[in-house]
Design a protein around this ligand. Structure first.
Ligand code: NDP
Ligand code: GUE
Length: 284
């Protein structure tokens, strides 16, 4: 019988450290501030925004949202993002992705200074993740997945980790973080043949697909660790992961639920990164 491993204790432990750091910064008259930039009204962006605002409040971190219309032109968006970046009172910026199709990522990805880029959008930080250089910012969700594995003492070294999904927000960077911890990593995607055959060999299976309950027990190995990154909000407002948890629980070793899984740790990592960015701002 598998065991549910929740995100809450992991998020609580990170939050506790963040709160101490924030208190210390404030005693030195430094007031950490996060700016969230959202284009349009995507449901999963709004869910993240709500969760992030709550977490920042818990951590005593100031947080402001810049909500831009879905149809904003690329030029106007660039001007807006530059002005947020130039604001000296802002220590970290979270820009929701994916961006609308009419905005070319390549034209905007260098705008957020690497030192303020707390969710790893700027290629400088992406390359640091590739190199295993921890002076930059890894993206929050992959980092949250690693924090869960570490908190629950899951052995990573030498193990086969199969990551389903290869986006720049989750799958690809998470594969690099697992590799850094000496996992043998296999990245799967929509063109992968025989997906089930591959995932069912995984000691650690990561589902970051965006398809509700897609991973059933025939996709997993007996006794394995299953990390469900999926956030799928149904029309009725219900939240499901990419894993059918009820179906997999018996066969798995450890398995994260949704809700109360990776998502809750993501916002805690966001707060931790904001503190790191604030400390960096003192050095520059
Ligand atoms: N918990 C959290 O904090 C967060 C959760 N999420 C959630 O994680 C999930 C993934 O997010 P994200 O990476 O941004 O999503 P994307 O849509 O950007 O990427 C999905 C990936 O899954 C692959 N894929 C799609 N269908 C299949 C399939 N049938 N079989 C195998 N692979 C498939 C795609 O392949 P291809 O590249 O070939 O198209 C792609 O690489 C979503 O549910 C999202 O809401 C995201 C961010 C944070
Ligand atoms: N640049 C960028 N980075 C992201 O990480 C990113 C993004 N864009 N765009 C949108 C998606 C979606 N996403 C969510 C994370 C947490 C909750 C969430 O609901 N969290 C709840 C708990 C959920 C749970 O309990 O599992 C909370 O923290 O309280 C929702 C959605 C991040 N994303």
């Amino acid at each position: 019988m598998g065991k549910l491993i929740k995100g809450k204790p992991v998020a609580d432990a990170i939050t506790l450290e963040v709160k101490k750091d924030v208190e210390h910064l404030k005693q030195n008259n430094i007031f950490p501030k996060l700016k969230i930039v959202r284009i349009g009204e995507r449901e999963d962006d709004i869910a993240y925004e709500r969760a992030a605002l709550k977490r920042m409040q818990t951590c005593d971190i100031a947080c402001e949202v810049v909500a831009l219309p879905a149809e904003i032109s690329q030029e106007d968006f660039i001007l807006k993002l530059k002005s947020v970046n130039d604001d000296k009172t802002v220590h970290g910026i979270l820009l929701f992705r994916p961006l609308p199709k009419h905005i070319d990522e390549d034209k905007v990805k260098y705008i957020i200074n690497a030192e303020k880029d707390i969710d790893c959008f700027n290629p400088i930080n992406v390359s640091k993740v590739m190199e295993g250089d921890e002076t930059g910012f890894s993206p929050c969700t992959p980092t949250a997945s690693m924090e869960i594995l570490k908190y629950y003492n899951v052995e990573i070294r030498g193990k086969l980790a199969v990551v389903v999904g290869r986006s720049m927000v989750v799958g690809k960077p998470l594969s690099m973080l697992l590799l850094k911890e000496d996992a043998t990593v296999l990245m799967c995607h929509s063109k992968t043949e025989n997906l089930k055959e591959l995932t069912s060999k995984a000691d650690i299976l990561i589902a970051a697909v965006g398809k509700a309950k897609m991973i059933t027990k025939d996709y997993i190995k007996q006794g394995s660790t299953v990390i469900d990154v999926g956030i799928n909000i149904e029309q009725d407002g219900n939240l499901f992961g990419d894993v059918n948890t009820d179906d997999c629980l018996e066969k798995s070793g450890l398995i994260t639920p949704v809700p109360l899984g990776v998502g809750s740790v993501t916002t805690a990592v966001l707060a931790k990164h904001l503190v790191k960015a604030t400390k960096l701002s003192i050095l520059y």
